[in-house]
Design a protein around this ligand. Structure first.
Ligand SMILES: Cc1cc2nc3c(=O)[nH]c(=O)nc-3n(C[C@H](O)[C@H](O)[C@H](O)COP(=O)(O)OP(=O)(O)OC[C@H]3O[C@@H](n4cnc5c(N)ncnc54)[C@H](O)[C@@H]3O)c2cc1C
Length: 421
């Protein structure tokens, strides 16, 4: 059966997807008094990868009103990130508070099933009409303008109309695919295999919740090491897709995982006495970005706009930031009666520049940048590097690192060419 919404029940805004980007955008728009309906295909709590937050999420959490819940939660507190070389050598931790002595410099390692559920319930508490188990089948267009969605839930199929449709469907990215907007990143074609361990080594005190990035000895990839509550560690390897899945004898995730553990001297002693606490999971995680963030009557947020390699745990931050920036543009548009591409996409250039700053740092790591050597040579820039690592991406000041990074890259290229000859 197909039914149409009309009259006073018609939402102003439809949000597709109840992950961090969808719950952020919907909450902030509802806070301004607009009618928002959110459709989520799963029933929460549901599993999701992406457990490590970075400090700049704080400011969006504050707007959403979820800080009291996070402060009272059992999530492990994260104060720093630490790099471990392919030979197992630990770098100095980047303590976020050294650079910014503020409450925001402590963040959390979250269980996404719980965290996303809390965020979605918070949207409900702010007046968002949330439908779980409701899969959006397609976005409906009238010419170039998005006008609503068709969806299927327990009651069958129906169409719902609104002034603005926000695509927050994660990597499903309905609008991006329909309009052919997806641009794959030519450099970041990675994949990941991961599992969870109980009883693995963890530091104590301030270092207990540090995210560790541990390089493989062949520099092909790295492991994340994320301490969660209840003595669980999330540990996964990220490497080029071809390397991880194509150019080897096995397709078995467990075997691939342990072949890479054997190449990670930093990791082996940390998990040797631990028990595996979950099955292996794998994901192809090519980075991509849409050509634009909005069109007439539609906006893209979070992974439905773009996905960036998880090296610096920026995914949830970008989901929250894009959700918040899009919400502001949508509210302004609804309040002035202008839901054109120009209005809804106002925040796009600034956001893309911020994302590009993080991408640059990701690419430098894969090209062999040593943070230790960089900071030794430019101690005055350690603060800017930390700014990038905490997610302070939307400010020109961090661009001071660009010229020195270029210089370091030239030096690496030169020494590679000398070695090759
Ligand atoms: C291996 C890996 C490791 C990562 N590690 C980190 C990390 O440590 N820290 C970090 O910050 N980020 C990390 N990320 C990134 C992070 O997971 C994402 O960036 C983040 O979840 C994006 O949030 P979102 O709300 O945009 O999308 P999602 O969280 O994916 O939410 C989208 C929601 O939309 C729903 N949906 C999809 N299609 C439909 C439909 N048709 N109808 C209705 N609902 C729909 C889905 O069920 C889902 O609930 C990692 C990613 C990967 C792949």
């Amino acid at each position: 059966m197909v039914t149409r919404t009309s009259g006073s029940s018609r939402p102003h805004v439809i949000v597709i997807g109840g992950g961090p980007s969808g719950s952020t955008a919907s909450t902030l728009i509802a806070q301004r008094g607009h009618r928002v309906t959110l459709y989520e295909r799963e029933t929460f709590p549901r599993y999701h990868i992406g457990e490590s937050l970075i400090p700049e999420t704080f400011w969006v959490f504050e707007k959403l009103g979820v800080l009291p819940k996070l402060r009272a939660s059992h999530y492990v507190k994260k104060h720093s990130v630490q790099f471990v070389t392919g030979q197992g050598k630990l770098s100095e931790p980047f303590y976020f508070a050294d650079n910014k002595p503020h409450e925001s410099s402590q963040t959390w390692q979250v269980l996404r099933s719980e965290f996303d559920h809390m965020m979605l319930n918070n949207a409900r508490e702010h007046g968002v009409e949330v439908h779980e188990g409701a899969r959006v089948l397609e976005v409906l267009f009238d010419g170039e303008r998005a006008v609503g969605v068709s969806l299927a839930d327990g009651d069958g199929k129906r169409e719902v109309y609104a002034d603005v449709v926000i695509d927050a469907a994660g990597q499903s990215a309905l609008i991006q695919d329909r309009l052919g907007l997806r641009q794959w990143d030519p450099e970041l074609k990675k994949a990941a295999v991961w599992t969870y361990w109980k009883g693995a080594y963890r530091d104590s005190g301030k270092d207990e919740g540090a995210t560790m990035v541990m390089q493989l000895d062949n520099k092909q990839g790295w492991f994340w090491y994320i301490p969660l509550h209840d003595d669980i560690l999330s540990v996964g390897v990220v490497a080029p897709f071809e390397y991880l899945f194509k150019n080897r004898d096995t397709k078995d995730h467990e075997q691939i995982y342990f072949e890479e553990v054997a190449r990670c001297p930093g990791l082996q002693p940390r998990i040797k006495d631990a028990t595996r606490a979950a099955p292996f999971r794998a994901a192809k995680e090519y980075s991509y970005r849409a050509k634009k963030v909005a069109g007439d009557g539609w906006v893209l947020v979070g992974d439905a706009f773009g996905f960036l390699d998880p090296l610096y745990s920026s995914g949830v931050l970008l989901a929250l930031q894009s959700g918040a920036k899009a919400a502001e543009a949508v509210c302004e548009g609804l309040e002035t009666g202008d839901t054109s591409e120009a209005q809804l996409g106002k925040w796009g250039p600034d956001f893309m520049q911020g994302m590009e700053r993080m991408r640059r740092l990701v690419c430098e790591f894969y090209d062999g940048l040593s943070f230790g050597r960089f900071v030794n040579k430019h101690p005055d820039l350690k603060g800017h590097l930390t700014d990038l690592l905490i997610g302070d991406l939307f400010t020109d000041k961090v661009d001071d690192v660009v010229a020195p990074l270029d210089e370091f890259r030239r030096e690496r290229e030169y020494s590679r060419s000398v070695t090759a000859n």
